[in-house]
Write a protein that binds this ligand. Structure first.
Ligand SMILES: NC(=O)c1ccc[n+]([C@@H]2O[C@H](COP(=O)([O-])OP(=O)(O)OC[C@H]3O[C@@H](n4cnc5c(N)ncnc54)[C@H](OP(=O)(O)O)[C@@H]3O)[C@@H](O)[C@H]2O)c1
Length: 309
């Protein structure tokens, strides 16, 4: 049987169109999910046109298990789940059971779909930075999907949170999410910080490194600006305890972290920040809004059921 999916087409707007693909054949450790909602991440759409035509795009989805994993692992048929894995933007997608979490009735599947990559990235980089209790944490690109989640998690973890955005409008809502300070760019920050979660790259990376205390840690998450970072000579050098910069790229075995994120949402301790929601046929419009920096948080696409597609 064929299903519909968002596939790469270099000639289409945003290099994406809805096409038909065969229903996925799951491996023994994979469950097949009827996807109801999917979310969009910056990196996957920025480089969509570089993928082979016909590739089913996307990583984040939420829906209902229609075929449990053959090896007996993971949730039963009929379970509501959130999932992470390649080829997610399809009416049916196969996900490793280690990359799934069940979603309670009290959490909307559309909200759950917004969580995977952005949530895991915020959670894992914050965890990698160590305890932030009573520490000054700077989050750049705080208006975006990773940023809005990171602001909330850092605040919950006891940090003093400084959220950096590109304009006053982009800072709206961040104080309510837990930011102690919302700043435009980084020039107004004078006191050093203990931790940076850095999403923008370029001059933000250089300035954020300068702001880092001796012994501090910078998590280099993304490079949304696409600009080069030019470090002045000797600017890496610090007297005293060494500063560190970590890359991030480990989105493997995410099931337990998805469980954590869903539990936080269920308790009202994490707000899924859906800034744009619409039918998947409007994906190109949504991507344009994302690149235009007009989406506060995540894009969620509604996926039609098989018979309506
Ligand atoms: N390493 C990993 O595994 C991993 C995982 C997830 C995401 N990422 C990367 O992390 C970054 C943030 O991801 P995200 O999902 O939060 O993206 P997003 O929702 O698009 O947010 C990116 C933010 O960066 C800021 N920005 C500054 N200059 C920009 C520019 N020239 N173009 C676009 N945005 C610009 C924007 O804030 P203002 O408009 O307020 O300036 C925007 O809100 C992206 O680069 C993404 O690819 C990496």
């Amino acid at each position: 049987m064929n299903v519909r999916a968002i596939v790469v087409d270099p000639g289409a707007p945003a290099s994406l169109r809805i096409g038909e693909v065969p229903e996925p054949e799951p491996e023994a450790g994979q469950a097949v999910v009827e996807v109801r909602h999917a979310s969009v991440n910056f990196g996957e759409v920025r480089y969509a046109g570089h993928q082979p035509p016909g590739t089913v795009l996307g990583y984040d989805a939420a829906g209902v298990v229609v075929r449990a994993a053959a090896d007996g692992s993971g949730p039963a048929r009929g379970s509501r789940v959130v999932a992470f894995g390649p080829g997610a933007w399809s009416q049916r997608a196969a996900f490793a059971t280690g990359d799934l979490a069940e979603v309670p009735e009290s959490v909307a599947l559309a909200d759950a779909a917004s969580l995977p990559l952005a949530g895991i990235t915020a959670l894992r980089t914050l965890r990698a930075a160590g305890s932030v209790l009573g520490r000054r944490v700077l989050i750049t690109g705080a208006s975006g999907g990773v940023g809005r989640t990171a602001v909330q998690l850092a605040r919950r973890a006891g940090a003093y949170v400084i959220a950096s955005v590109g304009s006053p409008a982009r800072g709206e809502g961040l104080a309510a999410l837990g930011a102690d300070e919302v700043v435009i760019g980084l020039d107004s920050i004078t006191d050093p910080v203990d931790v940076v979660l850095e999403n923008v790259g370029g001059s933000h990376l250089v300035r954020a490194w300068e702001l880092l205390k001796p012994g501090g840690n910078l998590q280099s998450i993304g490079w949304a600006s696409g600009e080069p970072a030019v470090f002045p000579p000797n600017s890496i050098f610090t007297l005293g305890a060494a500063k560190s910069l970590n890359s991030f790229g480990d989105a493997t075995r995410v099931g337990p972290d998805l469980v954590t994120l869903i539990r936080l949402v269920e308790r009202g301790e994490l707000s899924p920040e859906v800034g744009w929601r619409g039918p998947w046929g409007r994906v190109a419009e949504a991507v344009e809004a994302l690149f235009g920096r007009r989406v506060p948080g995540k894009i969620v696409l509604d996926v039609p059921p098989l018979e309506e597609a």
